[in-house]
Design a protein around this ligand. Structure first.
Ligand code: GLN
Length: 487
């Protein structure tokens, strides 16, 4: 029974909980037991607090018994990426810099999950400060892909994707600055949604690149992603970039929208570097939509080739500014033997940050420096506008864009030692962040070696309901979600 529970979607578990066929305590116990059993292999968590989770589950059962259930997430264990604050729990960003930091408050998304009754469960591993595509940049050890433990789960939210795929949570939250939800979702065979910039509050999220960062769900099904999104979306006074917009009932809308849709295929997303098995799986998905009566149209996003360069200028510039707060005085790691205050800054930062974080701070400081600002940062901002314009032009002709999520299935741990090779993992996901659009990765098959493949659907700003409906139509006609890794 326990094994069956951990792989069920939220929607089904909620029905079982409502019918009192299972309790939230039983469900949480099953998730805890699974986590204890597989964590030595997968290493998806930086920390977890089972006593706290079981207490939350007991409170959920008491609510349901009193007829005060709070809806489908009540009693569901949801894992949280370790850059999102959970009051009283460690918050490390997988960095030595924050190794001993405890969150003084809940992030808005955490608070909203609690209000929906979810059991807030565990702190999930990531690339240090969300910088990376493999979760190998964690100061506390790399997470492995549950489908093949010699491979990476993707990143930076690799813990969020791997924990879900391995049955160590029923849904999870991640953050996506350049692909960190969608790429690991694709590599681990689960659904991952990056919402429109501004739809979900970032209050309580450790900032990486503030003009790009968004929080979003990982889930077993599109319907589950809709349920979690509904719980966490909405305007928040404490995040001035959060947008005032009506939040629809995403879950109901899924079933009410039937297409046919106009689907754009950006030709620049099918070029060199795309693995043939990924290409074939995505082509099959395109054929599926065509057979459903959707209009399939080739479109062009002509500035795509500049995406990676623009992203690694803007993201590093913003990170150099955001990470200046870690000075050894106000937060986190403090060097023991500094001569004076300037030396304290130097030493604390030298000891606390890992190599990739340092590389980005140096790069970002350079592109913002007075002699180079116009040549790099300002120019990158202009190209960013062109990239956004490409998408908006395409959306005059189509409702949604369909692309691969990642150019390859999961690669071997240690395989991409060259930072540039790692940066190229993000070529299909970065444009969505630069343009502020919603994007979702949905499983669309397996490689001959048994590794999951994901397709990406890119929607128009704040049209998550439509985006999810299009993804749902594909998912319902396929059974990829019924396969699970054997551990
Ligand atoms: N892999 C990209 C990077 O290293 C994206 C990371 C993210 O989305 N947080 O910056």
């Amino acid at each position: 029974m326990a094994d069956e529970l951990i792989f069920k979607p939220v929607a089904e578990l909620a029905a079982l909980l409502d019918a009192k066929k299972i309790s939230a305590v039983e469900l949480t116990q099953a998730v805890v037991a699974r986590t204890q059993a597989v964590e030595p292999q997968v290493r998806a968590f930086n920390s977890f607090d089972q006593a706290d989770a079981l207490a939350q589950a007991a409170a959920s059962d008491a609510r349901r018994s009193a007829g005060q259930g709070r809806g489908p997430l009540d009693g569901i264990p949801v894992g949280i990426k370790d850059v999102i604050s959970v009051a009283g729990q460690p918050l490390t960003a997988s960095s030595k810099m924050l190794a001993n930091f405890v969150s003084p408050y809940d992030a808005t998304v955490t608070e909203k999950l609690r209000n929906a009754g979810a059991v807030v469960w565990g702190r999930l591993n990531l690339d240090e400060f969300a910088m990376g595509s493999s979760t190998e940049n964690s100061a506390f050890g790399a997470t492995r892909n549950p489908w093949d433990l010699t491979r990476v789960p993707g990143g930076s939210s690799g813990g969020s994707a791997a924990a879900l795929a391995a049955g160590e949570a029923i849904a999870t939250l991640g953050s996506d600055t350049g692909g960190s939800i969608r790429q690991p979702a694709a590599l681990c065979g689960v659904v991952g949604l990056k919402p429109t910039y501004g739809l979900v509050s970032r209050y309580g999220l450790i900032a990486f690149a503030s003009s790009l960062d968004q929080i979003g769900p990982f889930a077993r099904t599109v319907e589950d992603a809709a349920i979690v999104l509904g719980a966490i979306a909405g305007h928040d006074e404490r995040d001035s970039t959060s947008f005032k917009t009506e939040i629809p009932d995403y879950r109901t809308e899924l079933k009410q929208r039937n297409g046919p849709w106009r689907i754009g295929i950006p030709k620049e997303y099918f070029g060199a570097g795309l693995d043939p098995e990924v290409a074939a799986a995505v082509e099959k998905a395109i054929a599926f939509y065509r057979a459903q009566g959707c209009e399939i149209k080739q479109v062009s996003l002509p500035h795509t080739e500049h995406g990676v360069s623009v992203y690694y200028i803007i993201a590093t510039a913003e990170c150099s500014s955001n990470l200046s707060r870690y000075d050894g005085i106000r937060y986190g790691h403090r060097a023991k033997q500094a001569k004076d205050v300037v030396d304290l800054y130097f030493q604390s930062r030298a000891e606390g940050f890992g190599p990739e974080v340092k590389r980005r701070i140096i790069l970002g400081t350079y592109v913002l420096s007075s002699g180079y600002y116009d040549a790099y940062y300002l120019r990158a901002q202009k190209v960013r506008t062109l990239i956004r314009q490409d998408f908006l032009n395409a959306f005059r002709e189509v409702d949604v864009l369909l692309t691969p999520t990642s150019p390859t299935p999961a690669f071997k741990a240690g395989e991409k030692a060259d930072p540039l090779a790692m940066y190229l993992c993000d070529i299909y996901t970065i444009g969505v962040n630069l343009a502020g659009l919603p994007g979702v990765s949905v499983p669309c098959g397996f490689s001959s070696g048994g590794l999951p493949i994901g397709l990406q659907l890119i929607g128009q700003p704040f049209k998550e309901a439509e985006l999810l409906a299009i993804a749902h139509a594909y998912e319902q006609a396929h059974n990829w979600k019924d396969r699970h890794p054997t551990l």
